[in-house]
Design a protein. Structure first.
Ligand code: 4GP
Length: 849
């Protein structure tokens, strides 16, 4: 597939903003005017916050102008659109991303200087928009960037959470969660749209009227809220085109109960407001309580209903009631199961509101939805109790039951050749509504099954993951619809993750390649290959890395108070904390390294490669085992970092409150990054791609996208290289995992493993013995080491030795680093999105001239 065909054709000419001037003087005076007129500030004393806001308002006008031009063109030409429905968008900061996407860095940096500020320092004033948990949320943000850059007609739709991902504070080694009050200073990057509002209903009952063979169902809800839109313009890079992320806020129909207030019942006066606003208050409320579950279901329905109503309203303006045209004009990508209720909502809107018959409505529905699965972790495969669904969405529950009945009837036909009992078992396995396996009394709606049945395409996010879902969670479905399943290997935006966060490296690359074209056509990075052999170039490459390490060193000092030696190897693992991602295994190897150094003579210590190990990431608030891991990292770090015999050779830090902005500082500074999930458990991973782009060597298992990264790195080395050459690969094969799990009880652990387990349990680190954590991998009467840490431990230590040996050969290390970047082109989200556009969405680019 030719990524180039998706690039806009105006070459390297900057995509000019049409009306607003961008010279430094005008920007300066415009920012001052904004400070004065928008916020009543004093132009003689522009605080950092006011300067940031003034600048952001100025930029938003550019964005709005472009967005309006884009929307006007699209309205006029009426192309097919993709709507990316996602409960998460992990956007991070906008200021520098906007300035650089619009290629306005120089004049804006100058204008700010005139105000007495440095652009980079000021940019840090902005709070991250953390409207997501991790991988799938950040992926959605990268996809929006790619869609805008490639001029694809499409919008994102999501929730404007008042409190995003919690802020992580580490207190006495423990993770504490504090609300993320990201909106207190206002959000200059959004536009409130009181003119774009839709009602969203819950609860109540159904009223049915039968006329002839036709049954009319009317849903009489007992609760209603208003969904109000906020538009967040999404700048494309080197194009006029500007996309849109529409986020919904939930508001009460009646804001205030004056009657209650007048009667002295002050708090009840706000009841309805509180209930309505709760829906969009918090990202993923804890769903371990029934109240939490209901709230999460309400969130999902809320944003999906508002989004579909919005799309249908626009469609009807142009095409009236010709709903059979909808599949030619719209496509909805379900980002995991969270928006899956949209399938039932589409049927509800078409049948109950628009008067279509069931067959027509269902036919249209199955042509407009496509579904992406992001994980096979059972806890993430959403299943809603029928009871809860019926209480809050009675009509949708009925629609789902009808879909399920028809689906099962279809299967009866389709599988008619099978012996009866076998057929019934297959149908039961594929049912949308089925009993809870732990409590047969309770019936559940399986959202992944609904998503597969209601979508025309289902995809995984890396080749191995797409293969695994066809043989595990969706095996039966794949048997029925082999052609429905596709792979779309993830990608990340090279703009945010390389060009803007590692500007020195980007400059060096551009100098070497003699063009900036690689920023929108990452395959051109292959042109770096010969430079890997050039000693002068390698020197420059190392100098950039060193500078980035200084920047991270300063960050570590700010966060921990410690100075680190930037000539040490920076060894990084950053991602959500989860047992399958095996941060615990990483800590075990750090302990091993500590023991080894302790046992050495001073002379022997001279040959040790000094390392600074960094781990960062958040644990779900109710995930105790993950929180144990964070505590262990902290406790082991405290022991090592204060041990005078060791601290010059080894450090371990847990950096708090990992988010997009911290990642932007960490990734460019990594020498080594770790992606060590048990084979077959990490769907793809995307930080592995960011690290590769930034020339960090990879230590990992053959899992997720690591495999494809290894293939690309092998390919660039030439026909003799094998997959895995140039990376540090270890661990069991995905295909062996089920068998090894069964045999884990009999597995003979390595003596070094036993020694470390004893150390931890004896209380060597901190005040704790971490018994539950240790037992989960070591005591087969308590845990089962499901993620096979013990099996992979020895080969992990071996490969760590290979890392050290390679580090001592800096020429080879840097050579590889360059080859990593050179071979990272495949992992641009531009490539991923162009594949979605061609192979799933059938959406074509349409650029503002
Ligand atoms: C993540 C997967 O764990 C990760 O492997 C993948 O790269 C990412 O999605 C994007 O596809 N899953 C989630 C989740 O974020 O919440 O399930």
């Amino acid at each position: 597939l030719d990524v180039v065909s998706f690039r806009n054709n105006n070459g390297r000419k900057r995509a000019e903003t049409s009306k607003k001037p961008t010279d430094p003087e005008t920007v300066h005076s415009d920012v001052l005017a904004k400070v004065e007129f928008n916020s009543g500030g004093n132009r003689g004393q522009v605080t950092a916050l006011l300067a940031y806001q003034g600048l952001a308002w100025n930029l938003r006008e550019h964005l709005m102008e472009r967005m309006i031009a884009t929307q006007n063109l699209w309205r006029e030409k009426d192309p097919k659109f993709v709507y990316y429905l996602s409960a998460e968008f992990l956007m991070g900061r906008s200021l520098l991303n906007t300035i650089q996407n619009l290629e306005l860095y120089e004049p804006y940096a100058q204008a700010l200087k005139m105000l007495g500020y440095n652009l980079e320092t000021l940019a840090e004033k902005e709070r991250d928009a953390s409207l997501g948990n991790g991988g799938l949320g950040r992926l959605a943000a990268c996809f929006l960037d790619a869609m805008a850059t490639m001029n694809l007609p499409g919008w994102g739709y999501g929730i404007r959470y008042k409190y995003g991902m919690f802020k992580q504070i580490i207190k006495d080694g423990e993770q504490m969660e504090v609300p993320d009050v990201w909106l207190t200073d206002g959000n200059p990057w959004e536009v409130r749209r009181p003119d774009v509002v839709f009602p969203v209903s819950f609860g109540g009952k159904l009223k049915k009227t039968v006329t002839g063979s036709h049954e009319l169902v009317e849903w009489i809800p007992d609760e209603q809220v208003i969904a109000m839109a906020y538009d967040v313009p999404i700048p494309g890079f080197n194009t006029q085109n500007t996309g849109n992320l529409r986020l919904w806020e939930s508001l009460p129909v009646n804001e205030f109960d004056l009657d209650a207030f007048n009667k002295g019942d002050i708090l009840s006066a706000y009841n309805e407001k509180g209930r309505a606003e709760a829906i969009t208050s918090v990202l993923y409320p804890n769903d371990s309580t029934p109240e939490g579950k209901a709230l999460r279901l309400k969130q999902q329905y809320f944003f999906v209903s508002a989004s579909l109503q919005d799309v249908l309203a626009r469609f009807k303006k142009v095409h009236g009631n010709q709903f059979d045209l909808l599949p030619e004009k719209a496509c909805f990508q379900l980002n995991d199961t969270h928006p899956t209720i949209g399938i039932a909502e589409m049927v509800h809107l078409l049948v109950d509101k628009e008067g279509l018959d069931w067959e027509a409505a269902w036919g249209i529905t199955t042509k407009v939805f496509a579904f992406t699965n992001h994980t096979i972790m059972p806890e993430a495969l959403e299943k809603w109790p029928v009871k809860v669904m019926r209480e809050f969405l009675p009509r949708h529950m009925e629609i789902i039951e009808t879909i399920d009945t028809q689906w099962q009837a279809f299967l009866e036909e389709k599988l008619s050749e099978m012996p009866k009992a076998e057929k019934q078992a297959a149908i039961d396995r594929m049912a949308i509504v089925h009993p809870n396996q732990w409590n047969k009394e309770e019936m559940l709606v399986n959202m992944a099954h609904l998503a597969v049945v209601g979508s025309h395409t289902v995809n995984g996010v890396a080749q191995i993951h797409s293969d695994i879902i066809k043989s595990t969670i969706f095996k039966d479905f794949h048997g029925v619809f082999p052609l429905k399943f596709q792979n779309k290997t993830n990608g990340v935006t090279p703009r945010r993750w390389l060009v803007f966060s590692n500007t020195d490296l980007a400059t060096l690359i551009t100098e070497a390649l003699g063009t900036q074209e690689w920023m929108t056509n990452c395959k051109l990075l292959e042109g770096l290959k010969p430079f890997a052999e050039d000693a002068e170039f390698r020197k420059k490459w190392s100098a950039v890395k060193r500078k980035n390490k200084e920047r991270l060193g300063a960050k570590i000092r700010e966060l921990t108070g410690d100075d680190v030696d930037t000539s040490s190897m920076f060894d990084i693992q950053i991602k959500r904390i989860h047992e399958y991602k095996r941060q615990f295994l990483n800590v075990l190897s750090v302990i091993r390294r500590y023991n080894t150094i302790k046992a050495m003579t001073p002379e022997e210590r001279k040959s040790v490669v000094p390392r600074v190990c960094v781990i960062a990431g958040k644990a779900a608030s109710s995930y105790e085992r993950a929180k144990d891991i964070i505590r262990l990292v902290g406790a082991v770090g405290d022991t090592i970092n204060t041990d005078p015999e060791v601290r010059d050779l080894l450090r371990l830090y847990f950096l708090p409150d990992y988010n997009v902005s911290l990642a932007e500082v960490i990734i460019p500074a990594a020498d080594l990054s770790q992606h060590i999930s048990t084979a077959g458990t990490e769907a793809s991973g995307t930080s592995n791609m960011k690290f590769q782009m930034n020339g960090s060597l990879i230590l990992g298992t053959m899992d997720g996208a690591n495999i494809e990264i290894a293939e690309e790195i092998a390919a660039i080395q030439g026909p003799d290289a094998k997959v895995g050459d140039g990376l540090f690969i270890f661990g069991v094969d995905a295909k062996d995992v089920p068998k090894l799990r069964k045999e884990r009880k009999e597995f003979k652990t390595d003596p070094r493993w036993d020694e470390i387990m004893d150390m931890i349990k004896k209380g060597t680190f901190g005040n704790d013995k971490f018994e539950a954590l240790v037992d989960s991998v070591n005591d087969m009467t308590v845990g089962n080491d499901w993620f096979l840490l013990a099996n992979d431990f020895a080969t992990y230590l071996d490969v760590q030795d290979e890392v050290d040996a390679m580090w001592k050969n800096q020429d080879e290390w840097v050579r590889r680093s360059i080859l990593y970047t050179a071979s990272s082109g495949k992992f641009s989200s531009d490539r991923t999105i162009s594949q979605y556009a061609e192979e799933i969405w059938d959406v074509q680019p349409l650029a503002v001239a």
